[in-house]
Design a protein around this ligand. Structure first.
Ligand SMILES: Cc1cc2nc3c(=O)[nH]c(=O)nc-3n(C[C@H](O)[C@H](O)[C@H](O)COP(=O)(O)O)c2cc1C
Length: 366
């Protein structure tokens, strides 16, 4: 069965760069509600990003943001079965500390915790605290990430690391207690090198499928690339697709919401995004940085794939996407997370054949 997760609202405005979208101020209570309802509806996982500075512009996009590990530790204590992922901005924390943070959250939620590896793409986010995203960083960030994960894995599996690399020197570095189970490591490599990193060191690779609307075949190429990278490394690393749902009882009602958000597109914020992502001079076409730069050319509030429409339409589109050869799962965002999670749980998921094997049987029997 296709896995479904939620990219939880840890930052203001969620994933809509607009002055007319729900403000979504992040708090523990908001995220607790979203994750507990996701668990109630049988979703498989919840992931929070790490973002240490928002965009310029009137929408205050991502200006207000909680910290990922501490949020997930809190959520670990108030959930029972959903898988939880925190994101680490690798330049800000050493791997031995993050390995221990993961071990700590695993002791709160045994076997339910994993980590999303973030190399960083927005220079000001790092420069504000004295860290530089140099051309050297951009060209070697996945080498850095590989050493980082290797050290964590050594600590988790053996309790000790003596790793010596280009970026890190461990000296009988110890970790105890070790986690009770495998800690999955995920990433979001869109570039060839990013995908290679996840294929060699990770468990899942999150991908986007461009900013189209109601397009169900757009992820095919990216999934095939993730699969090719996995074959090359001889590991079983699956692709997960990130998308946004804007649904309602009727198509008209759903499109009215999207039209409203579009009217408020925050151009200043998109300019900020382009100028920040444009500083990655090493980025090639197909990378995240190049996509973020391009969004201003055809301004809209999100560069994510959007499914907009009635519950029935959205369920059918999700089924089509879930059938993409090789795709292992989908991660959802919503325009409004409280309303959206209820709509998904009550009205959309029950219609999805890929989430309800009985529906498939009924169809075959009929
Ligand atoms: C699902 C998902 C989660 C991400 N989480 C973060 C995050 O927490 N912080 C961040 O700065 N960037 C985040 N990003 C951006 C990526 O980590 C990263 O910058 C980008 O995908 C790099 O890929 P590429 O250079 O290989 O294209 C995320 C992207 C996706 C699709």
């Amino acid at each position: 069965m296709t896995k479904i997760g939620v990219f939880i609202p840890i930052g203001s405005r969620g994933w809509l760069i607009s002055t007319t979208s729900p403000m979504t101020m992040p708090s523990f209570d908001l995220n607790k509600t979203v994750v507990q309802r996701a668990e109630h509806y049988g979703l498989d996982f919840a992931l929070s990003m790490i973002k240490l500075r928002g965009y310029n512009g009137p929408s205050e996009y991502w200006v207000h943001n909680l910290e990922s590990f501490t949020l997930m530790a809190g959520l670990a204590a108030v959930t029972k079965k959903i898988q939880l992922f925190a994101s680490v901005a690798m330049l800000t924390m050493p791997p031995a500390l993050v390995a221990r943070m993961a071990s700590t959250i695993d002791s709160i939620a045994p076997g339910r915790f994993g980590i999303n590896m973030v190399t960083g793409w927005q220079p000001k986010e790092y420069q504000q605290m004295g860290l530089e995203l140099t051309p050297e960083h951009f060209s070697r960030r996945y080498d850095y990430a590989s050493e980082y994960v290797q050290i964590m894995r050594d600590l988790w599996t053996t309790g000790v690391s003596d790793f010596k690399g280009d970026f890190f020197q461990m000296d009988d570095c110890k970790l105890s207690p070790r986690p009770s189970a495998h800690i999955p490591v995920v990433g979001a490599g869109q570039s060839e090198r990013g995908m290679q990193f996840v294929a060699e060191y990770g468990d899942y690779n999150f991908i986007g499928a461009g900013g189209d609307m109601n397009q169900t075949t757009g992820a095919r190429d990216m999934v095939a690339k993730v699969e090719a990278a996995a074959r090359k490394s001889g590991r079983d690393t699956g692709a997960f697709l990130l998308l946004m749902i804007i649904a309602d009882r009727t198509d008209e009602m759903a499109f009215a919401k999207w039209d409203l958000y579009k009217q408020g597109t925050d151009i200043e914020a998109l300019e900020w995004q382009a100028s920040q992502a444009g500083q990655d001079t090493v980025a090639k076409e197909g990378s995240t940085a190049s996509a973020l730069v391009r969004q201003i050319q055809n301004p809209q509030p999100t560069g994510l794939l959007k499914l907009v429409g009635s519950y029935e339409k959205v369920a059918a589109m999700l089924d089509d996407i879930a059938m993409t050869p090789g795709l292992k799962g989908i991660m959802l965002t919503f325009d409004d997370f409280i309303v959206g999670m209820e709509q998904f749980g009550e009205h959309i998921q029950p219609l999805m054949k890929t989430r309800n094997p009985t529906l498939q049987t009924e169809k075959t029997a009929a």
